[in-house]
Design a protein around this ligand. Structure first.
Ligand code: SF4
Ligand code: SF4
Length: 370
């Protein structure tokens, strides 16, 4: 609501226009467009608070920002730009400037197909091994997610294989549905609340009290958006946290693959949740891990997050290609703990005829597991 946007005015007024954020902002660095900067987000905020008429570029600005947190990470005034962007998106939705066309289509797909990728629900489990029994007897759910189930199937199979090989107690859920992170991301809080409550009730009815997640988008949704929107919490762990714990207990052993691998820190999993060491602890004994010039806190966004890929694909793919350029200098394989990174970076590689392999992290770990 507009009241919440007002709360950020003090932060906005503390901006000294030092422009340090511009050096790290991937949407500004893409084309040096002055409407794609943290400073422009502040301008749009002031226009809304002053009831001024908005232009299309004012609407596009917050929806082009993947909320990568690079600016807030570097800002000497600690201005929380991604939080301001989130409030702008809410207000634009409330004032009916949005949803943008492609976001409306995704929302419709979730309501109609229970997935965000406009596919029929009956092919969601096509990746599941034909000769195995569908696991349904545990209070821990491996919530696979829409994008992985339909588009990052190798990553899902390798994650599932590892959990099975180490006899981890987990189940899957035939009518899994969508986590609904996009409703939050596009500012449709009413729909977010309906879906989040429906999912939590479903888990409750089935005695599910813990989620294992392989997608950074689902992870942020269940960990942050669900409690914020519904007031209810559920125990959520990323599969990399699960595997890192098992490694520490001595339950995972790897052989070292002869492969130079570089790791993309996803903005959410890394800068937001500070999961920098866990993936590296697993990769180090499994392959030759080589760091890119920008990593950990200084990672560069893959360009896909916060529904930017669906609204502004060319911008998103150019951001991915920039990351691919850096990865190619370091290694022959690029891995990530986020299926959105794998999807977008992999797309940029194929579209531009690049050679580097882009894989979900468990593809490497499953191959190296002994
Ligand atoms: S880094 Fe912070 S203070 Fe400097 S221009 Fe950006 S938002 Fe303003
Ligand atoms: S969150 Fe990332 S993309 Fe958005 S304004 Fe900040 S640096 Fe730019």
């Amino acid at each position: 609501m507009i009241e919440m946007l007002k709360d950020y005015i003090n932060q906005i007024e503390s901006c000294t226009e030092c422009e340090m954020c511009l050096d790290v902002c991937p949407i500004y660095q893409d084309g040096k467009n002055n409407t794609l900067t943290p400073l422009y987000m502040f301008k749009v905020t002031k226009k809304i608070l002053n009831n001024e008429k908005l232009e299309q570029e004012d609407i596009n600005a917050p929806f082009s920002c993947p909320k990568c947190e690079a600016c807030s990470n570097i800002c000497p005034e600690s201005i929380n730009v991604p939080a301001i962007v989130a409030e702008l998106r809410n207000e634009l939705f409330n004032q009916k400037y949005t949803p943008l066309k492609n976001h409306a289509a995704i929302s419709e797909s979730i309501l109609k197909n229970e997935n965000s990728v406009n596919k029929t629900p009956d092919i969601r489990w096509d990746w599941f091994p034909k000769d195995e029994e569908f696991p349904e007897d545990s209070s821990t759910l491996f919530f696979v997610g829409c994008l992985p189930c339909y588009f990052i199937k190798d990553g899902v199979v390798s994650s599932y294989n590892i959990l099975k090989k180490i006899n981890y107690d987990f189940r899957l859920l035939k009518d899994e549905g969508c986590c609904g992170s996009i409703f939050y991301d596009i500012g449709n809080m009413e729909q977010a609340e309906i879906l989040y409550k429906k999912n939590l009730d479903k888990f409750d009815d089935l005695g599910i009290n813990k989620l294992i997640i392989s997608c950074s988008g689902c992870y942020k949704a269940f960990k942050n958006f669900y409690p914020e929107v519904t007031g209810e919490k559920i125990d959520v762990v990323h599969i990399i946290e699960v595997l890192n714990n098992e490694l520490n207990k001595g339950k995972l052993k790897f052989k070292k693959l002869d492969e130079n691998v570089t790791y993309q820190d996803p903005c959410n999993f890394g800068r937001v949740f500070k999961m920098f060491d866990e993936p590296r602890n697993l990769l180090r004994p499994s392959c030759n891990l080589v760091e890119m010039e920008h990593s950990k806190e200084n990672t560069i966004c893959c360009g896909a997050g916060s529904a930017v890929r669906s609204a502004f694909a060319p911008l998103s793919i150019r951001m991915a290609l920039k990351r691919v350029d850096e990865a190619e200098k370091a290694a022959s394989t690029l891995v990530s703990t986020c299926p959105f990174c794998v999807f977008n970076l992999g797309y940029a590689v194929r579209k531009n005829d690049r050679k580097i392999k882009v894989r979900y992290i468990t593809d490497i770990l499953d191959e190296a597991l002994v």
